[in-house]
Write a protein that binds this ligand. Sequence first.
Ligand SMILES: Cc1ncc(COP(=O)(O)O)c(C=O)c1O
Length: 426
Amino acid sequence: MKEWDSFDKITNAKGIWLIDSKGNKLIDAVGSMWCNVWGHSNPQLVKSITSQSKKVQHSSMFNLTNEPAEKLADTLVKTAPGMHKVFYSDNGSSAMEIAIKISLQYWKNIGEREKTEIATLENGYHGDTFGAMSVGYVPEFFGKFKKQLFSTIQFPVPNKYRLPKKYTLSDYQNFCLEKIEKRFSKNNNIAAFVMESGAQMAGGVIIYPKGFQQKIKQLCKKYDVLFVLDEIATGFGRLGSMIEYDTQKSIPDIAAFGKMLTGGYLTMAATLTSKKIYDSFSGEFNDWKHLFHGHTYTGNPIAASVANENLKMYKENNLIKKIQKTSKVFEKYYDEISEIGIVGDIRHKGMLMGIELVADKSKKTPIHPKKSINKIFFEQGKKNGIYLRTLGNIVMLVPPLAISENQLNSLLKRTIQTIKSAESLL
Ligand SMILES: Cc1ncc(COP(=O)(O)O)c(C=O)c1O
């Protein structure tokens, strides 16, 4: 893109700070793409990487296994209620491709040929590969590939800030759920319902109203549709719970995790399934029930090693409790942020905040400047010592999960300064 004629080089990173080659220090308000847990250069995590790299750097998981990957799988199934087995991959999009393939093949494995459709929520996001784009269709991102994507059955999502006229949030939530039930009861050819757990992130920080996810899970159970949850961005504490679906009382058949799994240090993701799903893939050689899927770096021992250390640190430091306390700091700033002329709405849960910018507060018209909002906020953020990234007209705060209260106060003050300085440029 022409407006990005050059990029700053990050040469060092420590704690919440990113340091570029010119010596600028920026608070990492993006958590290095929503995955950083303990801040950068954490000695315990770095040590787990260096010590594992002296033993086995990588060995295939085809017919073999390795110690860190086995240990991690064991921890994951103990951490995620209802889950029984783990399938590794090296990024979130692949974890979702795997979830989709497993859910489609499950029905074939048990001899049910008709269940071939996937249901999803509008504006969901599950990654940038073709299967993930198909189930997580965000029109602005994927419109150019629409023809090549497979079709899904999409249902609306209640967004408290942008409700259709004459609806209350609760009415609209019921309307969305009734739509799902109507379709499920009409033609039960749906293999799976795929959605982000707790909130839609890239689709605009839409935090589901209470009970929404649980009711979808109940409908899936009632109509025999597999329930597939994407916790890649929202699990492991981002929304304030270790396992978001546990809080939402909605145990899925298949769940995907990524991002925070390795503390944000190495690339790894995992697709977990219940025993029912796993067992359907277990057969004799000639049954051809197994899943034909594998990546070169599946179960990489260095990534698994840092993931093990990371999960150990969650426990040792009581991280989830700490997040629940620290995240209250966001609330202190609601009023001050809302008063800014271009701020239409604030959405916050756990260590996630979305600030929606509008051209007109009463009409809620999204802001549409000539230059990209992202570029303006990047530049103004840098002047205020923060690395900020916007998604469309939403400023997103997704800091490292272990950020301290003082640091979060500082981040929020700098964000307010940045929005105010950007206001005249939009
Ligand atoms: C909810 C969700 N699912 C899947 C992905 C894709 O993960 P990755 O970027 O590791 O492929 C993302 C990435 O932002 C995400 O937010």
